[in-house]
Every structure is written in structure tokens, then in C-alpha cells.
Design a protein around this ligand. Structure first.
Ligand code: A3P
Length: 289
């Protein structure tokens, strides 16, 4: 089936139209220069990225690495999470006003970009730390289905539930193939300074994942679903023409296993045959149910 209008493929991945095709095809990202102490969070969309960002922000504040008034966190977020100057972005107004090269260290970035596009070769030399968060793909696709519905005028709609599921299985959604996204990032091992965490282990034992015992309490309490929903920090960087004011599309249910409320038995079996089989080939501890 053909891609939706404006969607294109680069380096074997599907990109939504707000990405800059020319920059991706010319590998503009290779010009990006990491600095020592940079931290990069990478993920496939809807894997718990914003949660992990909040956790990281709470830890940074507590460590005193970065003095940020928590009420100002959106500014911090906007300024410190963008590779977009190099890749193009939905957040064009931010790209135009922030020069990421001039930001003081430590810089915290997040990206959904595939490992093959990020210039990973110099991570280790520069002491850059990279964290990749992975989530059960069945919950990812449910989360995607709900997420895109929030966008104004169905601009990014992936269709009804069955259509969304098929688009995911057939790698027609933004940044699919999911299995390749995960597999490419898992190929970057600890020797490349990459830490792999899963949404499910964060749900089960956030203090264990955070692993800074004295700071656990504050980090956990400030990053619950309720706390994050109340913050309304989501997300000034998305223009109101894209996400209506007051909508909080990044914090929905925040649960493990919501897929059971969406998949029929037949859909689950089909997904297992298409995606589950490929997950086995990655041969890593990928959350899959
Ligand atoms: P659901 O739609 O399944 O609820 P991302 O940040 O990568 O876009 O991921 C969004 C998913 O993370 C959503 O999943 C969202 O609800 C969940 N999430 C956000 N904040 C969370 C939190 N504090 N605890 C648990 N899940 C959270």
C-alpha cells in the first residue's frame, strides 16, 4: 500500500512530512558535534520517552548538574532536546530561535531518530551517554493510535484502530519498521556507552532503574502519571495549530498491557506472526507479550 501524502522513506525508515527529507538524505546529521557530558535519550515514539525525560530532568536537578526552576522546565525541555537544527522538525519556531551548538553542557537531547542516522561513532570517545527506551510494541501501537487522534483536523490521523495496526505491521507509520528501529539501537552495545531500559522495567521498579538511592523518592514522586498530567508541560513546542491548547497527548493511560483492551484475538495472532517473529530475530531482552 502507498504511503500517506507527504510521508517518505530515507535510509529504509518511514518519515512523516515534518522531517526534512533533504537533510536526511544528505546525512546532515553527520555534521552534528557531540560534547563531553551530553546525554541522549533515544526511542521509538510512544515508548515512554517523555516519562524518561522527566526522570532525567528530576535527576539532573537533584544532582545539581543543571540549575533549573521546575516551573521553567518547558524552556529547559525545549532548549535541550533538539537535534532539530540538523534534521528539520515539527517545531520549526524552536529550530529558528535556538542554536543547539551554543547551549551549555550538560546538554540533554532526545531523539526518535534511528541509530543509523545519529552519528554514534564518537559517543564513546567523547564520553557521551545514550539511553534507549524500548516498550512492548503492542502497547506502542495502541498508544500511537490514541496519540495521533489528538492532532488538529486529523492532520496526522492513522485511521481507525485496524487501519493503524495494519500500518504499523506493514511499516507505513512514522519511523517504522519498529523492529529495525529497536534492532539497530540494540546493536549499539554498552561499548558504545548505550544503556538499554524498558518501559516495563520502569513501571515495575523505577528506583531500581534510576539507581541513585538517595534521590529515588523525589524522582519517583515527581514523575508519576498524575504528576506529569498535572504539570501541563506537554508541550508548548507543538504549535496550537497542531495540538489544541490544553490537550496533553503525551500522558494518556500510562499502563502496561493496555493492548489487551484493543487487540482482538485474531489481531494479536496476526501481530505475533508479523512482528513477534521478527522480535525473536533480534535475540535481546525485548519486552513482548
Ligand atoms: P499510553 O498511551 O499507553 O498511555 P512517549 O513519551 O514516547 O510519547 O510515550 C507516551 C506513553 O508513555 C503514553 O502511553 C503515556 O501515557 C506514557 N507515559 C507518560 N508519562 C508516564 C508516566 N509518568 N508513567 C507511566 N507512563 C507514562
Amino acid at each position: 500500500m502507498a504511503h500517506r501524502e507527504g510521508v517518505f522513506t530515507a535510509d529504509g525508515y518511514v518519515f512523516a512530512r515534518h522531517y526534512d527529507r533533504k537533510k536526511l538524505e544528505s546525512r546532515a546529521a553527520d555534521k552534528f558535534k557531540f560534547k563531553p557530558n551530553d546525554v541522549v535519550l533515544a526511542s521509538f515514539p510512544k515508548s515512554g520517552t517523555m516519562w524518561l525525560i522527566e526522570v532525567m530532568k528530576a535527576m539532573y536537578n537533584d544532582w545539581g548538574l543543571l540549575k533549573v526552576d521546575k516551573t521553567e522546565s518547558p524552556t529547559w525541555f525545549e532548549e535541550h532536546t533538539l537535534f532539530t537544527r540538523y534534521f528539520g522538525s515539527i517545531c520549526q519556531h524552536v529550530v529558528e530561535t535556538v542554536n543547539v551548538d551554543d547551549l551549555p553542557s550538560p546538554r540533554l537531547f532526545f531523539t526518535h531518530l534511528p541509530a543509523t542516522i545519529i552519528p554514534c561513532h564518537e559517543l564513546k570517545d567523547k564520553g557521551v551517554k545514550l539511553i534507549y527506551i524500548c516498550r512492548n510494541p503492542k502497547d506502542v501501537v495502541v498508544s500511537q493510535y490514541h496519540f495521533w487522534k489528538v492532532f488538529v483536523n486529523g492532520a496526522c490521523s492513522t485511521g481507525n484502530w485496524e487501519q493503524t495496526l495494519q500500518s504499523f505491521e506493514e511499516s507505513r507509520l512514522h519511523l517504522t519498521p519498529w523492529v529495525r528501529h529497536v534492532g539497530d539501537w540494540y546493536q549499539k552495545g554498552t561499548e558504545d556507552n548505550v544503556l538499554h531500559v524498558t518501559y516495563e522495567e520502569m513501571q515495575q521498579d523505577l528506583p531500581g532503574v534510576v539507581n541513585t538511592k538517595s534521590q529515588n523518592e523525589g524522582v519517583v514522586s515527581s514523575t508519576t502519571v498524575a504528576a506529569m498530567r498535572n504539570q501541563q508541560f506537554n508541550f508548548r513546542f507543538l504549535d496550537e495549530e497542531i495540538v489544541p491548547k490544553g490537550e496533553n497527548p503525551f500522558v494518556r493511560k500510562g499502563a502496561v498491557g493496555d493492548w489487551k483492551n484493543h487487540f482482538t484475538v485474531a489481531q494479536s495472532e496476526r501481530f505475533d506472526a508479523i512482528i513477534g517473529e521478527k522480535v525473536k530475530s533480534i535475540n535481546r531482552n525485548i519486552p513482548y507479550q
